[in-house]
Every structure is written in C-alpha cells, then in structure tokens.
Design a protein around this ligand. Structure first.
Ligand code: 2AM
Length: 180
C-alpha cells in the first residue's frame, strides 16, 4: 500500500536558506536531506492502490492561483513539552490557505478524512526519535526566532509517496500539479 501525502517541494532559495541554519549547536537528530525538504499540506498515510489512483486523479481538479510562500521563525513540536521536532514556520497566507482548502476538498470527494486540528504549516528541520530534555533546544530556538526567507513563488504542488529504504526515508513524486 503506498504511503502518501500532499505537499509542496520547496524552491531552491528556501532550501538554501534553511540549510544555512543547519548548525551543530542543536543536539544531533535527523535533518532532512535537501531533496526531501518539503511543506506538507495533507498527510494521507497508507492507502490501497485504487484509492491512491483516485486521489491522484481528483487532485487534477484543483484550480488555485500561484502564490508566494514566506518562511519566518522557528519552533518545536510539541509546543509546551519535550520536543520531537524542530521546525521553521510558514506564513499561513490566503494563497497557502486556498491551496490547503482546495486540495483537502478534492481529497474529501474520494473519502479522505481531513485532519480536524487547525493547520499549522511548518517545515520540519530536525527530528528526534527520543524527545529532547525540556529546554535543551530553547536557546537555539530563541537565536533563530528572527529567521525570515523572502516570499518565493510556488507554482506547483505534489502528491508524494514516502518509502522507507535502508538509507532512511525517500519521498518520490507520484504526480505534480501546476497552479494556475
Ligand atoms: P512532520 O514533518 O511535521 O512530521 C511525511 O511524513 C510528511 O507528512 C511529514 O512532513 C510529516 O510532517 C507529515 N505528517 C503529518 N502528519 C503525519 C503523521 N500522522 N504521520 C507521519 N507524517 C505526518
């Protein structure tokens, strides 16, 4: 069963900006490979081949204009507890919300159950198998709070397939959809 998610492949300028922060004063964890860096719109998970085909098809209906993506600030998940993930923030602009809503609506037509929690767009930078001790990342987070990467145009979105390989996770593009 393919494991799917819908997301945005980040433009080079954003990947460059984020990779420039890859510093060694954070405890070692897993930082995504350049080619894997993305923004998730909807995590789908494992679905039968027929459902994957239906999702792939229905996403062609999405008709949303190109928009600018702005990166700003960093944070952790869970927010109040021992972090498992350190992320870069993404401005939840009208353009991004339009794409998030339209892709969610399209998938729902084929039976997808949308996440009930509010969408909190973020780009995962560091991931820890074992949560860090409380406070251990807070200095790094405070130091990088002023992260800002200029608005960069997004002109497509992607249906990704995620595969576990001996060499870690690999995201392949099952389909790419142009924005209008
Ligand atoms: P994350 O980076 O914040 O963990 C592929 O797994 C992508 O889908 C990741 O960017 C991941 O976000 C996102 N995702 C959202 N919900 C998920 C879930 N329940 N399990 C795995 N990945 C999830």
């Amino acid at each position: 069963m393919p494991r799917l998610f819908v997301g945005i492949d980040l433009p080079d300028a954003i990947k460059d900006g984020l990779l420039a922060m890859k510093e060694f004063d954070l405890p070692p964890g897993r930082w995504p490979k350049r080619e894997n860096m993305h923004l998730t719109l909807h995590f789908i998970g494992n679905v039968p081949d027929g459902v994957a085909d239906a999702y792939e098809e229905v996403l062609k209906q999405v008709d949303v204009p190109k928009f600018d993506l702005t990166i700003g600030g960093v944070g952790q998940f869970p927010i109040e507890d021992r972090p498992r993930v350190i992320w870069a923030g993404v401005d939840n602009t009208a353009g991004l919300r339009a794409l998030h809503d339209a892709t969610g609506d399209a998938l729902e037509e084929e039976g997808f159950n949308r996440e009930k929690r509010r969408y909190h767009p973020h780009i995962t930078l560091m991931r820890y198998k074992k949560p860090l001790r409380r406070g251990i990342a807070s200095t790094w987070i405070q130091e990088h709070m002023d992260l800002y990467i200029e608005p960069t145009q997004i002109d497509e979105f992607v249906l990704y397939e995620s595969e576990f390989t001996g060499d870690g996770v690999r995201y392949t593009k099952r389909a790419v959809y142009a924005l209008s």
